[in-house]
Design a protein around this ligand. Structure first.
Ligand code: BG6
Length: 304
């Protein structure tokens, strides 16, 4: 899609403008009464969400790469139709292909309390080579006093198919050593680094590399700095929550991640890490809602 074409197609929008990077990556700037946000067409990838009179909620790498077929480091990548390595072919791209796919912008709804962006991709020759399934994936992004991301998956054909997925949100924090997540406890998690099942009995704190899959966690988590809650993360349609921080050594191994970047971020991912069945014709929903401290909903929801 060309910048001039998309501008023309949505020229009556009041809350959304379009632009592109030098490398030609198209993105949307959304600004309404409640918040500002930036979303790339590649991956339907949110790179910024800042509520009015509040702080930026998402972490974005200073050395992120904005190029075709490269996932942007930070913001909210979408892992789909598999999470992590592909179970039957580890040579396929980690976290699936949606995060580097060029989405179409289906519609923009400008409401009094939020802006809703709807993007989609459908199966084509390239995707069928990677995942032999006819599908439609719609990503709905609601930008208001809260940010809500919903993945709607539909497959077509005769037979059920299994898949996995995640909304891989990178949150901006002041200092990871002062950060904790409450609401994961009590829960079991799979520590991917040691391949052990562990009990989480206390709010989660960060002192080292963390790569954990919480199985059947609460759908309501609070991100806390010091003793101050900064935002609430809710999820629905998920069988797990993934928490990731690469810490120092892994940060240095990633070319698109600043060496000390791990001190300012944590990923909290709404996920289906276990294989889920997709039945032809039925819609499978996964969503994550981010409720910043500035949202009127925050006080009613805060249980930390
Ligand atoms: C997390 C995984 O979801 O994503 C980690 O649990 C992985 O194992 C991390 O390292 C980042 O993945 P990528 O492909 O974006 O570097």
């Amino acid at each position: 899609m060309k910048l001039s074409k998309i501008r023309e197609a949505f020229n009556n929008c009041q809350q959304v403008t379009f632009d592109q990077t030098e490398s030609g990556q198209l993105f949307l700037n959304v600004e309404n009464q409640w918040a500002k946000a930036q979303v790339y067409l590649q991956g339907a990838h949110i790179t910024s969400y800042q509520p009015v009179s509040g702080d930026e909620c998402l972490w974005l790498s200073d050395c992120a790469v904005y190029e075709k077929d490269k996932a942007i480091r930070g913001g909210i990548p979408i892992c789909w139709p598999w999470f992590g390595p592909n179970v039957s072919n580890p040579l396929l791209p980690q976290h699936g292909f949606a995060r580097t796919a060029e989405f179409d912008l289906l519609k923009i709804d400008e409401l009094s309390n939020k802006t809703i962006l709807s993007f989609y991709i459908a199966s084509n020759e390239k995707t069928l080579n990677l995942w032999p399934t006819d599908f439609k994936l719609t990503v709905k992004i609601e930008i208001g006093a809260e940010l809500c991301v919903t993945l709607e998956t539909q497959i077509f054909g005769e037979k059920p198919v299994s898949f996995s997925q995640a909304i891989h949100s990178y949150f901006l924090v002041g200092d990871i050593s002062e950060t904790s997540i409450s609401g994961l406890e009590p829960s079991q998690y799979h520590n991917k680094l040691t391949d052990c099942l562990v009990e989480q009995l206390e709010p989660l704190k960060f002192t080292a590399e963390t790569d954990s899959i919480y199985l059947n966690p609460s759908n309501h988590l609070t991100l806390v700095e010091g003793s101050k809650p900064i935002l609430i993360v809710e999820q629905s349609g998920a069988d797990s929550t993934v928490v990731w921080n690469p810490w120092e050594d892994k940060s240095k191994e990633m070319i698109d991640f600043p060496n000390q970047g791990y001190q300012k971020m944590v990923c909290i991912e709404a996920a289906n890490t276990r294989q889920q069945q997709l039945v032809p014709g039925q819609v499978f929903w996964l969503s994550q809602k981010i409720i910043p401290v500035t949202s009127p909903l925050f006080e009613t929801k805060d249980k930390s």
